[in-house]
Design a protein around this ligand. Structure first.
Ligand SMILES: Nc1ncnc2c1ncn2[C@@H]1O[C@H](COP(=O)(O)OP(=O)(O)OP(=O)(O)O)[C@@H](O)[C@H]1O
Ligand SMILES: [Mg+2]
Length: 289
């Protein structure tokens, strides 16, 4: 696929270049500096099948702290010596007031950011001991990210947006192209492949963003307020779709949200308070009553 020529045809090259770089810097913070082709085999999938020690645990945080220095030099401990284990296939909802550290936690899990201390293991790989470049490569193979504001590139079609994570990994095969079309049908947008994001509703755009988060078959989906920019009903439609995709494909998902309506899909609910992660064992029953 040559979307550069398509973009030129639409006469939006400068905007595209800006948005593309913006997207890359947002999703794959340091990718621009990386040489894609030099990815070491040992971290290409992150699925360390030889190590059976924690076979069911896909994510483990061990004594993780994240401390920001305030302007007056005082320390702001957003995460304070946190331990958690998340099992393969679990759907985890993370609640917590604004500023409690939900996005910080997701950024650490994705490797976009690094903790001040402690270790984060994904598929038994210690991502905190990886170089920035290897962490970036690891993220590209293991993690799909869904954002509140969709982050689709306006000058790319729906299909081109969807294929972007694969495009970043190398040449797209015919099989991958076919799978992309199947996914588009699955999310009810099979006839919108050549539409542009501004021709779609918010809910449709978020459906494309969900599809984009899974197209490269990551084992973990991280979602930061994926319904935060949608009305209630559209948000529910998106959540139901996400729930269906995640369970069908047996992915692990961690979703930060303010919306209690999504709690029904959770296997476990966590909340962040004063730098600690607390499991809300009875929240689901309370909310669903
Ligand atoms: N780069 C940074 N430098 C300094 N402080 C930061 C930085 N990033 C986040 N913070 C602070 O860390 C705290 C947690 O921020 P975070 O974005 O993780 O909260 P959140 O729970 O996602 O909030 P919201 O629900 O509003 O999205 C906030 O007090 C924020 O100001
Ligand atoms: Mg946030």
């Amino acid at each position: 696929m040559d979307y550069f020529s398509e973009v030129n045809y639409r006469g939006k090259t400068p905007a595209f270049v800006f948005l593309f770089l913006n997207y890359i810097s947002h999703v794959f913070v340091s990718n621009i500096r990386c040489n894609w082709s030099s990815m070491p085999e040992s971290i290409s999938t992150g699925k360390n099948h030889n190590d059976q020690s924690n076979s069911n645990i896909i994510i483990k945080l061990s004594d993780v702290s994240k401390i920001y220095l305030e302007e007056n030099k005082s320390e702001h401990k957003v995460l304070n010596r946190v331990d958690i284990e998340i099992n393969e296939g679990e759907i985890i909802i993370v609640l917590g007031r604004s500023g409690s550290g939900k996005s910080t936690l997701l950024n650490l899990l994705s490797g976009i950011d690094v903790p001040s201390s402690g270790h984060i293991y994904i598929n038994n790989n210690d991502i905190t001991s990886m170089s920035e470049k290897n962490r970036t490569l690891f993220r590209r193979n293991n993690i799909g990210f869904v954002f509140q504001f969709f982050n689709l590139i306006p000058t790319l079609t729906v299909e081109e947006n969807l294929l972007l994570p694969l495009e970043l990994k190398g040449k797209i095969s015919d099989k991958e192209q076919r799978i992309a079309m199947e996914i588009l049908h699955e999310i009810g947008l099979g006839d919108r492949a050549s539409s542009y994001p501004d021709q779609l509703s918010g809910g449709e755009q978020q459906r494309v963003a969900l599809a984009r988060a899974i197209i490269h078959d990551p084992s973990i989906i991280l979602a930061d307020e994926p319904t935060g920019n949608l009305d209630f009903e559209t948000g529910l439609l998106v959540i139901n779709l996400l729930d269906r995709i995640i369970r069908k494909k047996k992915k692990t998902m961690i979703m930060a949200t303010h919306s209690k309506e999504v709690i029904g899909m959770a296997d476990r609910i966590l909340t962040l308070k004063d730098g600690k992660i607390i499991e809300l064992k009875h929240e689901k029953e309370k909310i669903l009553k």
